[in-house]
Design a protein around this ligand. Structure first.
Ligand SMILES: Cc1cc2nc3c(=O)[nH]c(=O)nc-3n(C[C@H](O)[C@H](O)[C@H](O)COP(=O)(O)OP(=O)(O)OC[C@H]3O[C@@H](n4cnc5c(N)ncnc54)[C@H](O)[C@@H]3O)c2cc1C
Length: 402
């Protein structure tokens, strides 16, 4: 049986990028995916327009057991490098808020770009194809697949995280890492809506669909990153960008703190407004909030005129608005999560080659690694950067065995 240079398992964002890069160095690359349709996560990303990167990417935008691990790959292949690739394929894009870059058209353009880059680099496709076994051999690996066995010098695992199993996500990469004796950081849903106790949440159910800008943080952890973004009330809890962001940091049992009027000196504003005001308190709040939120938040007391409130009462109300505490009972789980937090422990991997220190020739890239990006194009940038760093390393190491 002929031995190829590289088998990449998982033809998603990181896998295609890695396969194409290694192929450009003249490596003989086989790219395997079990799915019927190519790169479903890219297709559904960014509401169908793929938020493919962010103008402003640094290690601070990622969560990992080792916050420095991602730096080498991000430096080796930057957001600008990916923007240049997108431009060279004539794909039109636009910037949304906070440096987030989206396709003007459909995310399918990114998939076709990656596929044609692989084709130009003579990557051989095996799809749909299942890998039933990966065996270490003296000179590399033998993969048993539903399309027959393949011998290879190196294997890259790019099977992604476990979020959204509906589109073919699996825990394959985690299981394989364990099989080879590598440590795993517990996988958990991230960028995910949060749920609350149904009884506690009852007063807020009527707010489902209302969204408001908030400063969201994990309570009593001032060192943790707060996010100022929209939050969205749902029937079971909270969602929206601000809540998705903080969900990646939240641990079960912790309380979240919401400043529901960030940047507004609420107490003083209400006290100032009170002088001679005949309006109801709820109308005063509605100048800052959606009317439904103002009315619901205050319930009966909102119908009282602002002038009837004591300064002390307004200060107490302001404190509740600017430090609203709520303890989620859990998340909406992997079915609704955008990404998986955790994965292959970065201490097991070389940060330049993504190669397992203890298993030469076996590499892990993309979301299966314990590097999780914020919402806003960072997860794709990690997939591109880790894929290219790994592909280059393999390309540059030529045909020498690991
Ligand atoms: C709804 C949604 C929207 C998102 N939007 C964005 C966004 O706009 N911007 C952003 O940066 N990130 C976004 N993400 C996150 C982003 O999609 C992922 O972080 C990224 O795709 C990870 O790349 P990857 O290559 O590691 O994994 P994936 O892209 O998930 O690719 C993994 C591949 O491995 C294959 N595979 C899995 N198991 C096996 C197996 N056993 N055998 C063979 N093949 C296998 C899968 O079929 C898949 O093709 C979004 C995620 C979701 C769920």
């Amino acid at each position: 049986m002929h031995t190829v240079d590289l088998v990449v398992v998982g033809a998603g964002a990181a896998g295609m990028m890695c396969a194409a890069t290694a192929g450009q160095y003249g490596q003989q690359v086989v790219l395997i995916d079990h799915a019927q349709k190519l790169a479903e996560k890219i297709r559904i990303s960014g509401g169908g327009r793929c938020n493919f990167t962010n103008r402003d990417v640094s290690a601070e935008n990622f969560i990992s057991g080792n916050p420095h691990f991602c730096k080498a790959a991000l430096a080796a292949y930057s957001a600008q490098d990916f923007i240049d690739l997108v431009n060279s394929h004539g794909i039109a894009w636009h910037e949304k808020h906070r440096g987030q870059l989206f396709c003007d058209g459909s995310s399918d353009q990114i998939i076709q770009m990656l596929k044609s880059t692989c084709d130009q680099a003579h990557v051989q496709w095996r799809m749909p194809c299942e890998v039933t076994e990966i065996l270490k051999t003296p000179n590399g690996f033998t993969l048993n697949t539903t399309e027959g066995p393949i011998k290879t010098r190196r294997v890259v695992i790019a099977t992604g995280g476990t979020a959204v199993p509906q589109v073919g996500a699996t825990d394959y990469g985690l299981r394989l890492a364990k099989l080879f004796g590598l440590r795993i950081v517990d996988p958990r849903p991230a960028l995910v809506p949060l749920k609350f106790d149904p009884e506690v949440w009852q007063p807020f159910v009527a707010l489902a669909g209302v969204s408001v800008v908030a400063r969201v943080s994990v309570a009593d952890r001032p060192q943790a990153t707060p996010f100022v973004e929209d939050i969205l009330f749902t029937h079971r809890g909270l969602s929206g960008p601000g809540v998705l962001q903080i969900s990646s940091y939240w641990q079960p049992g912790q309380s979240l703190s919401f400043d529901l009027m960030p940047g507004v000196p609420v107490a003083q504003t209400l006290i100032d407004l009170k002088a001679g005001a005949r309006q109801q308190l709820s109308s005063a709040l509605a100048a800052f909030w959606p009317k439904r939120l103002a009315e619901n938040w205050l319930a009966e007391s909102g119908r009282r005129k602002l002038a009837e409130w004591s300064d002390k009462g307004l200060k107490e109300l302001a404190a509740k608005i600017q430090d609203w505490r709520a303890v989620p009972t859990g998340t909406e789980g992997f079915k609704k999560a955008e990404v998986m937090r955790g994965g292959v422990d970065t201490s097991e991997l070389n940060q330049r080659s993504m190669e397992a220190r203890r298993v030469p020739g076996l590499h892990f890239i993309g979301e299966v690694v314990d590097v999780t990006g914020w919402l806003g194009g960072y997860n794709f940038q990690w997939a591109w950067s880790s894929g290219v760093a790994c592909g280059r390393y393999i390309g540059e190491s030529g045909t020498t065995s690991p």
